[in-house]
Design a protein around this ligand. Structure first.
Ligand SMILES: Nc1ncnc2c1ncn2[C@@H]1O[C@H](COP(=O)(O)OP(=O)(O)OP(=O)(O)O)[C@@H](O)[C@H]1O
Ligand SMILES: [Mg+2]
Length: 493
């Protein structure tokens, strides 16, 4: 990329260290190639050292005698021209030899004010105590959009710029090595980069992100029209979508931060979260609270915080916390979540503007009041059992999705057999009726739907008391996701 190209976050961080005049730095990262690229942009010759290759300039044989760490440092100290010395995995000789540690401190004064810089890179932070003060420690964050675009441009100079930028956005959150895998997968599917390469790119990203075990990438686009009812929520979302797009131009106060959906199981909370991501045109990630609490990945509160921070690298994106009550309620998980809750509240206030949080909850009675207070989420919606009109719409959506012609079906009639049903139960009824008809080798009839409907015992009937309780609780604390007009036809049980 040319010099007029924008500077990436990582390149800026390195440049600033050098400008500050500190001769020794230690970068923790496993991305050696990437660091090589970044250093090459700094307009100084770059020498590279590794235990197997000695010290050499790009493309040239190693300087004799520099295979040993000590030899390399001697060369650096004696060198009389400005240069960068990139020492890979140098933490090992540093750990093993007091002589090398001593010599590195000599190098500090020999490089000072002479435009000579020593950059140690290692995937682990292992700095001997006596060197703590001499080394600037840097943790390389994942590449930003600028760096990813530069990488893609280098790899595929022929790709049009808008495409490169779109791909760079899609790859955000991956390391450069991972981005390379993703690109390779996309090119394997289609040797010429085009808009059709995006799914392959995203698939690789899904695999890589899911490997963390805690954050999951959900590539399932869901149109907002696939939600039956919930018109209040839908309208709110389309309004917010506009504001979210303007997030860098408008005041932070009105940038949409997130939404909390709570309510009765099977009424479309998860479905709505997927639709939010599609409506906003953003990738959707889910943090799996069960995995966090499993202890498999480390201390839950640490992993939780790390995952939230990692997600900021992925922005713009929608981040879904399913069953948020697990993270924030001490009643569910004991003391641990108290600290997590504190972190979460602060994080919600401070997180980057490009991240929209969608949280869902079932056990709403255990949600702490602070979580619901205005300012944390932009809105708290209560997703109730669908009213008559909404159920009709849900029937229509699920029949149409399965290619059943609606002519001859009297969906309005079905509402009287399905009072108090959830959306999931409506779907189940459609699936059972279709199965029945297919087994009998005929088209689905109204009668199939009705006879299936009367045989289903809805959750609302078996859990009548809990549902009344949930509603009473939500009435005071949340906005109904269905528009107020439909309150008149409140579903009875
Ligand atoms: N309003 C709706 N419109 C269309 N389909 C719906 C609706 N509500 C539920 N469904 C169907 O039921 C399925 C389950 O709903 P969903 O997973 O969104 O429920 P939920 O509210 O997240 O429930 P849970 O509390 O059990 O997680 C959906 O995948 C969808 O097929
Ligand atoms: Mg759900």
């Amino acid at each position: 990329m040319t010099h007029s190209a924008p500077e990436s976050r990582a390149a800026r961080a390195l440049r600033e260290i050098f400008q500050s005049g500190r001769p020794l730095s230690y970068i923790r990262s496993s991305e050696e190639l990437r660091i090589g690229r970044l250093l090459a942009e700094l307009a100084l010759p770059v020498w590279t050292w590794s235990l197997t290759e000695g010290l050499h300039l790009h493309g040239q044989p190693p300087v004799p005698g520099t295979e040993s760490a000590r030899g390399a440092l001697d060369f650096i100290i004696a060198h009389t021209h400005p240069a960068i010395f990139h020492l890979k995995d140098f933490h090992e000789p540093l750990r093993d030899s007091s002589e090398v540690r001593r010599r590195l401190r000599d190098a500090e004064s020999a490089c000072f004010d002479r435009q000579k810089f020593v950059v140690i890179t290692s995937p682990v932070r292992a700095i001997p105590e006596e060197l703590e003060r001499s080394l600037v420690f840097v943790e390389l964050r994942p590449p930003d959009e600028v760096e990813l675009a530069a990488f893609l441009h280098d790899e595929r100079p022929e790709a049009p710029l808008p495409l490169v930028n779109q791909f760079a956005r899609a790859l955000k959150g991956l390391t450069l090595d991972e981005a390379r895998f993703a690109l390779r997968r996309a090119l394997a599917a289609n040797p010429v980069l085009s808009a059709t390469s995006l799914p392959a790119l995203l698939e690789e990203k899904r695999l890589l992100v899911n490997r963390s075990g805690v954050i999951e990438f959900l590539p399932t686009p869901t149109n907002i029209n696939e939600i039956g009812g919930l018109d209040g929520l839908k309208k709110w979302l389309t309004d917010r979508q506009k504001l979210f797009e303007l997030r860098d131009e408008i005041s932070a106060e009105i940038v949409p931060k997130g939404v909390l959906l709570m309510g009765i199981p099977g009424c479309g909370k998860s479905l709505s979260v997927k639709a939010i991501a599609s409506c906003f045109g953003l990738p959707l990630y889910r943090i799996d609270m069960n995995e966090i609490f499993s202890g498999r990945h480390g201390k839950p509160e640490v992993i939780f915080a790390e995952s939230c921070r990692m997600m900021e690298e992925m922005a713009p994106a929608v981040l879904w916390f399913d069953e948020i009550e697990n993270a924030v309620s001490t009643q569910v998980t004991g003391g641990e979540s108290g600290r997590m809750f504190g972190f979460f509240l602060t994080w919600m206030q401070e997180k980057t503007r490009g991240l929209f949080v969608a949280a869902t909850a079932n056990r709403i009675d255990v949600l702490p009041a602070e979580l619901l207070r205005k300012g944390r989420f932009d809105e708290v919606f209560f997703v109730d059992l669908p009213v008559d009109d909404e159920r009709t719409e849900i029937f229509r959506i699920h029949l149409q999705r399965r290619g059943i012609p609606l002519a001859g079906l009297e969906l309005e009639q079905l509402t009287q057999f399905t009072v108090g049903w959830s959306g999931a139960e409506v779907e189940q009824c459609v699936v059972s009726a279709i199965t029945k008809a297919r087994l009998a080798d005929r088209e689905v009839s109204n009668q199939d739907l009705i006879s299936t409907a009367v045989s289903i015992v809805s959750l609302a009937r078996t859990m009548k008391e809990q549902i009344t309780q949930i509603r009473a609780w939500a009435f005071e604390r949340a906005v109904r996701a269905s528009p107020p007009a439909s309150r008149a036809s409140k579903p009875m049980m």
